[in-house]
Design a protein. Structure first.
Length: 122
């Protein structure tokens, strides 16, 4: 796939990722290009001129029976606060969205997604 790049405003989320040990930046859905299919991706997010590896989720959150979102976990970095906006680069599809039996099972898969992202983008 060709990389998909977009500029996104960061919005408040539900903090579920943080509770699972995988904090995310949540993006305004109106900023996400229509060509992006639902799924999990390896990508990069640039905040204040610094680019970070990221695992990116776009779509519904079936494990929590929750609405559509676009969010990114920045790998190996914890930001002191959420930026107002970012540049996002979606590079490679990792997997389709899946409903997990528990939040713990989802958290375990998220760690696998992070490791796969590191391998792909290193």
């Amino acid at each position: 796939m060709e990389p998909i790049r977009f500029h996104a405003r960061v919005i408040p989320g539900r903090a579920r990722g943080r509770k699972l040990g995988v904090p995310t930046l949540n993006f305004e859905l109106a900023d996400v290009p229509a060509v992006l299919d639902e799924g999990l991706y390896a990508g990069r997010v640039t905040v204040d001129g610094t680019t970070h590896l990221a695992s990116i989720h776009y779509g519904f959150r079936p494990t929590f029976d929750d609405s559509k979102t676009c969010e990114a976990h920045l790998i190996d970095i914890t930001l002191p606060s959420s930026p107002a906006e970012t540049d996002v680069e979606v590079i490679e599809f990792l997997r389709p969205i899946t409903k997990f039996e528990s939040a713990e099972a989802l958290a375990a898969q998220m760690q696998k997604d992070i490791q796969k992202t590191r391998v792909i983008l290193s």
